[in-house]
Design a protein around this ligand. Structure first.
Ligand SMILES: *Cc1c(COP(=O)(O)O)cnc(C)c1O
Length: 442
């Protein structure tokens, strides 16, 4: 994706007939021919995407063998379970952290991290408003306060300067969400956290296999939290993993995932926690899935970067911004339109792309998290929010604003990325975007 335009253009010409014609049009071939080619599919023209998306199964023999092995066991409980041990070992193979706890979801992984970090009543945790609500469920359950910070226009990840502006004496932690598997600026966030004595939690739910400046995702922060939910690219239906290299927090992960009791030296319950255990069948499938991780991550990275090459020179579009030394794994691909650059809004743009056969839809979540009714009404616990009633926070989600995050949700488009897709298909999706963008250019 960091190739000069000349290279990407050459590749594009080699890869698609669409650009051959577009190139020809530039060189002065009759306007009628170019026009014929550029008639939108939504207006009865030919579709830009003709290749099949490609297909494949997500699980197979590896998972089956692992499940069969598991069925030889007498216990399907996680503690001292062989599948849990295997999952932990394979997890540490790509995310080298000392302490690991498997759990029932990504939400659980994040809640365990927040609890193990000692975050509690009235503490503030700064995070992104454009994420799965699971990023902040644990914060709220610990009676802490999520504080939403604004995002970078192209990365759609935390804007470090805005995070800094939102730090108060009550701030305890930052949850860095690697949205769509595009790494946050972790060095900057870690430096900021260190300066203010804050804990950095990485939400890697969408980022299996991503790399930050060559380092595995999850290894810069104090905690790494992953989801194994069905929509993520490594999955066991539902599940999660939380890891830490920090000697203050790592040894606490197990008990905060398992009712508050330490199973290594049973001493009853000296902490309060819920049951977030993962059972052996989930662990078996997840362990098998991890053997596929590198291939899946590499393929997704290649497809997403290829799409960036195809649209990077369109002036009205903001491609997904990824640091050249990072590996983004594109849980989906996100790009934005500059409204003033087009004669139509996002909705007709998306409709036209869909008619071309491109797997595109508008935006991501409907509103930033603080815009959801439960936040607007501060109705977290039977319609009430104890922290606010006690006067321990001035947070008012009904007046909270993150302008760039809101603009991102209003102007972005999401392209489905799947590791089974062919490069030819992605080139045609790129051609569809170019065609539609050219048609609607202001
Ligand atoms: C999916 C997701 C979660 C929550 O994971 P679950 O396993 O669904 O609980 C948290 N954060 C992000 C960024 C996610 O995409």
């Amino acid at each position: 994706m960091n190739m000069p335009h000349s290279v990407s253009r050459r590749q594009f010409v080699a890869g698609t007939s669409g650009l051959l014609l577009a190139g020809a049009a530039h060189r002065g071939v009759s306007a009628a021919v170019a026009h014929q080619d550029s008639k939108l599919a939504v207006d009865g023209g030919e579709k830009a995407v003709k290749a099949s998306a490609g297909s494949g199964t997500r699980w197979g023999d590896v998972e089956l063998r692992q499940l069969e092995e598991m069925l030889q066991q007498n216990s399907l409980f996680y503690w001292q379970g062989q599948q849990t041990a295997l999952l932990t070992e394979r997890f540490q193979g790509f995310c080298p952290v000392e302490h690991v706890q498997t759990c029932s979801s990504g939400t659980a992984a994040l809640h365990i991290a927040v609890a193990a970090a000692g975050i509690g009543l009235g503490d503030e945790v700064i995070t992104s408003p454009v994420t799965d609500i699971g990023s902040v469920i644990g914060v709220l359950y610990q009676q802490a306060v999520p504080v939403f910070a604004d995002l970078g226009a192209g990365t759609c990840n935390l804007d470090v300067a805005d995070v800094e502006r939102r730090i108060t004496p009550r701030t305890k932690a930052i949850i860095a969400v690697h949205l769509t598997g595009n790494p946050c600026d972790l060095d900057a966030l870690k430096a900021l956290a260190d300066r203010h004595n804050l804990i950095l939690i990485e939400d890697c739910a969408q980022a299996w296999g991503a790399r930050y400046r060559g380092r595995p995702i999850g290894t810069v922060g104090h905690f790494a939290c992953f989801s194994l939910q069905n929509s993520k690219h490594i999955t066991c239906g539902d599940g999660g993993v939380v890891g830490s290299n920090d000697e203050r927090f790592g040894p606490l992960l197990q008990k905060f995932g398992d009712k508050g009791g330490d199973r290594r030296k049973w001493g009853g319950f000296d902490a309060f926690a819920t049951n977030y255990r993962m059972s052996e069948p989930q662990a078996a499938v997840a362990a098998a899935q991890l053997t596929r991780l590198e291939d899946i991550a590499a393929k997704r990275a290649r497809l997403g970067n290829l799409l960036t090459e195809q649209i990077a020179d369109l002036p009205g579009l903001i491609p997904h911004e990824v640091h050249p030394e990072d590996r983004a794994v594109y849980w989906f691909y996100m790009f934005r339109m500059r409204p003033e650059a087009f004669t139509c809004g996002r909705s007709p743009f998306v409709k036209a792309l869909q008619a071309e056969g491109a797997p595109v839809s508008g935006g991501y979540i409907k509103v930033p998290l603080y815009g959801e009714p439960v936040f607007q009404q501060h109705g977290f616990f039977a319609g009430r929010w104890p922290v606010k009633e006690m006067g321990l926070t001035e947070m008012d989600f009904s007046t909270h604003k993150c302008p760039e995050a809101e603009a991102i949700l209003e102007t972005s488009m999401r392209v489905l990325i799947d590791e089974h897709m062919t490069e030819e298909y992605i080139l045609e999706v790129g051609a569809a975007i170019r065609k539609v963008a050219r048609h609607f250019a202001a």
